[in-house]
Design a protein around this ligand. Structure first.
Ligand code: AMP
Length: 424
């Protein structure tokens, strides 16, 4: 039990962690080009931050939050997503005075979901919020940036889905239409969706229940209820996407799992043979910041699931550490001289290991296991003659495997040889 992580949570190390850092670095560079700066908010927030903003009929709030009472009696929640915390930070730091704001964040999120491939209870999101510029241009630019981030890490097999939830007028008319429709089909709805019908009917469109999905397929489409302004807004977003040369599909049921969206919603789905689920998504929100006490300022945001992106990145170019060299004293008598050489190599910015535990055979074995390219061996004779025996670990055992090098030239020799080795 003690050696097991919690179900749905895992350690990130080795190749996986390298991939994580790589994706963040690539995304950061692109986000910088689009004018984003970074923000880091706490992993814990008061539960109300999520209750009020995400919506209590959503799966995230009703089933998936890690909520607990702390020692001071406060209800706290491990963040299930990043947007609410960023909005809280904008309000508490008065950042709305500096609009427009473009913020990038990344880090751990927590949802008590059923673990499966690409779905965890602790996972990582990379997200972006652009607050203050309500315009179809902003929406299209954000979608284009999301696609560019994926291509920058070699992910091209994707589908861009877009939809609009329109403005208040649209939502009101559409909600009336679907309430009428689902009430006629209430008997066939899942128990959960029967409750949603009373509390938040739009959420039914988001249901994963197979029976609900069949009914949803016949439900009225939001496109037929768009107010004039909303229709025009969405049409412009779509035209701009065409201008970007982006292939997209309109998915009328893309209401997304969180309550706060208005106007444009979008999702990027993987279409590779290896994985076909959502890589990320988001949308525009008009009233979110207002919930935190600031004026109603419109914004748009999206988040990628890092684990899903990492799943699609080939392992081949990761996990190859830089060429490494190890310094090995034959006996304890040579420890000090070998240690001095190790320090010298490190000062020359070379990746060096000092292997001094065990007999020579054991030390050579460890050097091989560590992937060292060269072993620099110092024994009694070497010490006496002021030389070092260099052993190229991966060369065949012909005349080129070992060399004797003057100790004053060793750092230079290693530098040149490491350079040559990397061309192999
Ligand atoms: P959402 O915040 O629900 O809009 O999700 C945005 C993205 O986060 C999704 O497209 C997924 O890539 C990722 N995501 C959401 N939930 C999980 C999870 N439980 N495990 C891993 N990734 C997730």
């Amino acid at each position: 039990m003690l050696s097991r992580p919690i179900r749905g949570m895992k350690d990130l190390c080795g190749v996986e962690l390298e991939k994580y850092i790589y994706v963040i670095a690539r995304a950061r560079r692109i986000a910088e080009k689009y004018g984003y700066t970074q923000i880091k908010t706490p992993i814990l927030e008061y539960t109300d931050v999520f209750l009020r903003s995400i919506g209590d009929e959503t799966d995230v709030v009703s089933k998936e939050m890690y909520t607990f009472i702390d020692k001071g009696g406060e209800s706290l929640t491990l963040r299930p997503e990043g947007t609410a915390g960023v909005m809280r930070a904008i309000a508490s730091r008065n950042l709305a005075q500096q609009l427009p704001l473009k913020l990038m964040y990344f880090g751990e999120m927590f949802r008590y979901d059923r673990p499966q491939r690409g779905r965890f209870r602790q996972f990582h999101q990379l997200g972006f919020e652009h607050i203050g510029d309500k315009s179809p241009f902003t929406d299209a630019i954000m979608i284009a940036m999301a696609v560019e981030i994926l291509s920058s890490v070699g992910i091209f097999d994707i589908k861009v889905l877009v939809n609009t939830l329109g403005d208040d007028e649209t939502r009101e008319n559409y909600t009336k239409a679907i309430v009428k429709f689902f009430s006629r089909n209430e008997e066939a709805l899942s128990d959960e969706s029967k409750i949603r019908l009373k509390k938040n009917p739009l959420r039914i469109l988001d249901s994963k229940d197979a029976g609900d999905r069949e009914i949803c397929a016949m439900a009225p489409l939001i496109a037929d209820y768009l107010s004039k302004d909303s229709g025009k807004y969405f049409e412009t977003v779509c035209k701009l996407l065409v201008g970007y040369g982006l292939n997209y599909e309109v998915d009328s049921f893309l209401v997304r799992g969180l309550d706060y969206y208005t106007h444009t919603t979008f999702e990027l789905k993987a279409t590779s043979a290896n994985y076909k689920d959502s890589l990320g998504g988001g949308g525009r929100y008009d009233k979110l910041l207002g919930l935190f006490g600031d004026q109603d300022v419109s914004g748009i945001g999206f988040a990628f699931g890092m684990e899903r992106i990492m799943l699609l990145i080939n392992d081949d170019s990761f996990g190859k550490t830089q060429k490494k060299v190890c310094v090995i004293p034959v006996c304890d008598n040579e420890n000090n001289a070998a240690f001095e050489l190790f320090k010298l190599l490190q000062n020359c910015d070379l990746n060096a290991e000092f292997l001094h535990i065990g007999n020579l055979t054991k030390k050579m074995k460890v050097a091989g296991r560590m992937g060292c390219e060269m072993a620099l061996i110092i024994g009694e004779t070497e010490l006496k003659n002021g030389v070092i025996t260099v052993k190229f670990m991966n060369k065949p055992d012909d005349g080129s495997k070992t060399k004797l090098i003057d100790k004053n030239q060793i750092a230079q020799f290693v530098k040149c040889s490491i350079g040559e080795l990397s061309w192999r």
